[in-house]
Design a protein around this ligand. Structure first.
Ligand code: GLC
Length: 439
């Protein structure tokens, strides 16, 4: 009996998605020049005229998407999702529907097409994030919750003449551009609906989401679509962000395809002075933890206004890549372990159903022994090795541990497979023990 959660089939093709597991999120726009979070226009209530200083100075002269694509590929990432347009409304491609686009900045060239080409040539799948929210478009209704005018006493005056329906037409037209002008798009990542915020909240009606959904499925039927259009169905993947779910993500009590999106630091967009950068070890643990619960990790970089991924991110990508180089097979094509295998303390289990191998990700290296309790470990593990160097790990059946004399520990009569480990932790961020299962 299969004791691994089985999500319902999705409208889009998530077979490659749940195999690849690890992707790069890219938040890049005019906010990179502000260098203090992609919501700076909202946080500092910067009106369009004043925010235009970033448009007038956007000139990422060091931009080379081949460098970005190589960094993602070397990190072991298999797909990328880039902000074609974030809430600020600025577009990274030569769209026919607005002048607020990169080709009209001093840089003067489309940055999206070369990015798609570069990542595709590195073998990564292509994903587009597209903001439903737009703080620049003349027809987007100003609301009291989100945006540069949320506190303005003149909201009613600002909204005179605005027509949210016309904005939805613009939104749909740009989505058509993105799904017809860049070849096959594998992921479409809308962000975000907020109908629950109050009477002026925006959801499916503001975007005409049902119509937009039909356009998406007509133009790119297999695309992996996220869950932020405020539609009860049709989405393929749930998208928790900035926390680690405690277990496989469910909707209505049923397991679903899910992807955690996370940042290296406290900001999605480039933030020069933000210092809460996660350690490489924490990042690898988050990746293993996510896959151990059947999820994907979409890890974000915020490139600078010069067009580079900054060193703090590059250093972490490189460290993760070194780990993935030897440990990738404990992530790719892996999922949550069958329920009968209980992970030891400070460990996570991932499992590859095709090779029938279990992976023990050891977050805290124990002294000498690791006890795998339960009859299934005793009866079904055929061989064990350290994944980093394929060195054998000896194992023996015991009744709860290697005891000499004296009182037997708590649970001593539980069937246990005890692994004998080297005293020194293997020189890698998170050691992994590969367990070959019988049959
Ligand atoms: C949050 C942030 C937004 C970011 C998104 C990514 O909604 O506010 O800026 O693009 O997360 O999931």
């Amino acid at each position: 009996m299969n004791t691994i959660p089985q999500p319902q089939p999705t409208p889009g093709d998530t077979t490659w998605f749940t195999r690849d597991r690890f992707g790069m999120f890219i938040h890049w726009g005019l906010y990179a020049l502000g260098a203090r979070h992609e919501w700076l226009q909202h946080r500092e209530q910067i009106d369009a005229d004043s925010y235009r200083r970033y448009f007038k100075h956007f000139d990422p002269d060091l931009y080379d998407p081949r460098v970005w694509a190589e960094a993602a590929d070397d990190a072991g990432m298999k797909y990328f999702v880039v902000t074609t347009k974030h809430h600020e409304g600025f577009c990274l491609w030569d769209t026919a529907h607005t002048d607020y686009k990169v080709t009209n900045t001093p840089y003067g060239r489309d940055v999206l097409r070369p990015m798609v080409d570069a990542f595709r040539s590195e073998g990564l799948r292509v994903g587009f994030y597209h903001s439903l929210i737009d703080w620049h478009h003349p027809d987007y209704l100003v609301d009291p919750y989100i945006g540069p005018h949320r506190e303005s006493p003149n909201r009613a005056k600002l909204n005179e003449g605005r027509d949210q329906n016309r904005y939805a037409d613009y939104l749909h037209a740009q989505v058509r551009e993105l799904l017809t002008g860049f070849g096959s798009v594998d992921v479409l990542w809308f962000d975000f609906s907020f109908p629950q915020r109050g009477p002026e909240g925006k959801g499916r009606d503001a975007w005409r989401s049902e119509e937009l959904y039909r356009i998406v499925r007509e133009l790119m039927p297999n695309v992996v679509l996220n869950d932020r259009l405020d539609l009860p169905s049709g989405w393929d993947v749930k998208t928790p962000e900035q926390y680690q779910p405690r277990s496989w993500f469910t909707v209505g009590g049923k397991p679903v395809v899910w992807e955690a999106c996370q940042t290296f630091s406290g900001s999605w967009g480039y933030h020069r002075d933000e210092s809460t950068w996660k350690s490489p070890e924490m990042l690898v643990q988050m990746l293993a933890d996510t896959v151990s619960k059947g999820g994907n990790l979409l890890l974000n970089v915020g490139p600078t206004g010069r067009g580079e991924i900054d060193e703090r991110a590059l250093d972490r990508l490189q460290a993760m890549g070194e780990w993935m180089h030897r440990h990738g097979r404990s992530i790719y094509d892996c999922t949550q372990a069958p329920a009968e295998f209980e992970p030891p303390r400070d460990c996570r289990l991932t499992y590859n159903p095709r090779t029938n191998r279990l992976y023990v990700h050891v977050f805290a290296w124990p002294f000498r022994h690791l006890h795998l309790t339960g009859r299934d470990f005793v009866e079904r593990v055929e061989y064990a090795q350290l994944l980093n160097d394929a060195s054998e790990i000896s194992m023996q059946e015991s009744t709860g541990g290697i005891e000499t004399a004296g009182a037997r520990p708590e649970g001593a009569n539980v069937p246990t497979l005890t692994l004998t480990l080297p005293i020194e932790q293997p020189r890698c961020l998170v050691p992994v023990i590969e367990l070959y299962l019988k049959g």
